[in-house]
Write a protein that binds this ligand. Structure first.
Ligand SMILES: Cc1ncc(COP(=O)(O)O)c(C=O)c1O
Length: 345
């Protein structure tokens, strides 16, 4: 039988501190109550962890990731980063911002981006000076091939390009950043004297990082992950990498599938298509506790939270903590739909 070695926050911090890191994110991020949403829904108390306030060109969970990612890329001698993302991607924008912080050239291959309004993340990418390749729908079918050709051309010119999608490291440090967030949250939760913690967030790397932190520190936090994208199977995206994170941090525990209740009934038509429930949830969060959510990730997660409270999916004596992972500029990409949305009440 393997015994789980429980670590103190300071001991867990030592494991994280073995990795090269730079100071990018504004930490700790705020941890606040959502009293008016709690009252409106009439269920458990709702709190929010403000990962939208990490800084780095409008904030979001990637600021924590890039604290580890950028020194790694730099130390390995790469001189240009290439990223393949959707036209409205937050990751695309935050990578552009992080690249600027270290003066790294950044090439962005954006799918389904031709002839789009220059708005939201796309606008910020331009302002940040990313070298943009705006693919049409047809080209987007082989965005990987397109990026690989760019990489080979750069290599032929004597560069050392880092095509993000070719590497495992970015995926793993996405979790490491949130092990750090877990240490931070433990203190905030203790200071606020909260019990029966149930964390809800996008089903992904950030949540897995928090799960690891909780398990390593012996905390009884529960987790609900909300799926936002049919095209990214969770198996491949996170669950197959539980051993990688254990290895990189040299820990005795990792996360398991059973550590997270996964809700996948809130995706609607798919990633990048906002449902009316999500539009409603965005308005509700804004009009109760003045929290602005995004149409793809956090809006979907809030729609799930609201529905779950209504359906009795949380116990009333739990403290539900919503992880706001950012995505603010995407609101402007969906400006027309949001502006024309008619609320039910
Ligand atoms: C706003 C937002 N939330 C959540 C996620 C999911 O990220 P992760 O899997 O790293 O937790 C993303 C990914 O780009 C995002 O942009």
């Amino acid at each position: 039988m393997t015994t789980t070695q429980i670590l103190t926050p300071a001991q867990l911090q030592e494991h994280i501190d073995r990795l090269p890191r730079m100071d990018i994110a504004h930490l700790p991020t705020p941890f606040e109550e959502m009293p008016r949403l709690t009252e409106r829904l009439g269920g458990p108390k709702i709190w929010i962890k403000r990962e939208d306030m990490t800084g780095l060109a409008f904030g979001g969970n990637k600021a924590r990731h890039y604290e580890f990612e950028m020194p790694h890329v730099q130390n390995e001698g790469y001189d240009v980063m290439i990223n393949i993302m959707d036209y409205h991607s937050n990751n695309a924008r935050m990578t552009a911002a992080a690249a600027n912080k270290i003066g790294m050239r950044y090439i962005l291959v954006l799918k389904n981006a031709a002839n789009r309004n220059v708005q939201g993340n796309l606008l910020i990418n331009k302002i940040l000076g990313a070298e943009l390749h705006l693919l049409d729908e047809y080209q987007s079918g082989d965005a990987g091939g397109y990026a690989t050709r760019l990489k080979e051309e750069l290599e032929a010119e004597g560069h050392k390009p880092y095509l993000i999608q070719d590497h495992l490291f970015p995926r793993i440090v996405g979790m490491v950043g949130f092990v750090q967030a877990g240490i931070e949250m433990r203190e905030q939760i203790e200071d606020a004297n909260l019990k029966n913690v149930h964390i809800i967030g996008v089903a992904g790397r950030s949540l897995c990082g928090l799960i690891i932190a909780a398990k390593v520190m012996g905390l009884d936090w529960k987790f609900t992950g909300v799926t936002v994208n049919y095209d990214v199977p969770l198996e491949e995206y996170v669950f197959d990498h539980n051993k990688d994170i254990q290895e990189i941090l040299d820990l005795t525990v990792t996360f398991e599938k059973s550590d997270m209740r996964v809700l996948d009934q809130y995706i609607g038509e798919g990633y990048g298509v906002m449902t009316s429930e999500v539009a409603e949830a965005i308005h509700i969060a804004a009009q109760t506790d003045a929290i602005i959510l995004d149409p793809n990730y956090t809006g979907t997660t809030m729609a799930a939270l609201i529905d779950q409270v209504e359906q009795g999916g949380f116990d009333n004596d739990e403290t539900v903590i919503f992880i706001h992972t950012g995505g603010l500029p995407a609101v402007f990409t969906f400006a027309e739909q949001l502006a024309n949305f008619k609320q039910q009440s």
